[in-house]
Design a protein around this ligand. Structure first.
Ligand SMILES: C[S@@+](CC[C@H](N)C(=O)[O-])C[C@H]1O[C@@H](n2cnc3c(N)ncnc32)[C@H](O)[C@@H]1O
Length: 236
């Protein structure tokens, strides 16, 4: 089921009609912004997410699942689908986003974000109702899908999340990555998996991860997924 859904959420054939200029290799690596797919993360990072979900669910790592920075919601839809496939009746999926795109960079507070202004990019602003509709299309919108709507600095510090088995970060900026780590990494259970989508693609994101690891003595080895995605497993 998960394999089929991965392909449905991220159809590599999308737009490949006559005259289409979609390059399947670029699409598979998640280097473009698809016009219709529910996620932009590409096949390799979708497979990594599916494998990570299987690992934490098979191993019974306690806690919910969360993505910070969801765009059209595809990765979180896969999380909810995994709970269905594993017959899990308890865990929740936390869907954290402004649902209006990225914040403008605040270079005074977050110098690493200077010059990285994606706040005016309409393609990155997907409304909550669009994401809810996407969940509903797959029959996966229910009370176990919890929306944290707003800027991470406002929603994450008070999010009623007790524990996480899997945390996926996809907010691009230093600020967005740092705020997600600072507020949610302490809730990641031993054996839980942390995935960072933008580690290779965005220097500010990579720096936030490095700074956080250094500040908090995180020494678990970082594993590469593809040209940008990385993950590590919190040790017991
Ligand atoms: C690259 S997209 C996420 C792609 C998505 N994970 C997928 O599967 O296609 C980045 C998302 O992060 C959100 N975002 C970035 N920084 C944020 C912040 N500080 N607060 C709230 N949302 C933020 C944007 O609204 C956008 O939806």
């Amino acid at each position: 089921m998960i394999g089929c859904l991965t392909r449905e959420l991220f159809p590599e054939s999308e737009d490949r009609g006559p005259g289409s200029d979609v390059d399947p290799a670029i699409r598979a690596e998640g280097r473009d912004w698809p016009s219709e797919a529910e996620t932009m993360i590409g096949r390799l990072r979708m497979e990594n997410l599916a494998e990570s979900l299987a690992t934490v669910l098979d191993d019974g790592v306690p806690g919910d699942l969360c993505e910070t920075g969801v765009w059209r919601g595809g990765a979180t839809i896969l999380m909810r689908a995994a709970l269905e496939a594993w017959g899990d009746a308890e865990r929740r999926v936390w869907v954290a986003d402004s649902f209006r795109g990225l914040p403008a960079p605040d270079a005074e507070r977050w110098p690493a974000d200077e010059g990285v202004d994606l706040s005016g990019v309409d393609a990155l602003a997907v409304s909550r109702s669009e994401v809810e509709a996407a969940f509903a299309r797959y029959g996966l919108l229910d009370g176990r899908v919890r929306f944290l709507e707003g800027w991470f600095c406002d929603t994450l510090p008070t999010a009623p999340i007790e524990q996480l088995a899997l945390l996926r970060l996809d907010g691009d900026l230093y600020q967005s990555t740092w705020e997600a780590l600072e507020n949610l990494y302490p809730k990641l259970a031993p054996g839980g998996i942390l995935i960072v989508d933008d580690y290779g693609a965005f220097e500010p994101c990579r720096r936030a991860v490095t700074d956080y690891r250094e500040a908090h003595g995180v020494i678990e080895p970082i594993h590469e997924v593809d040209w940008t995605g990385v993950w590590w497993r919190r040790e017991r």
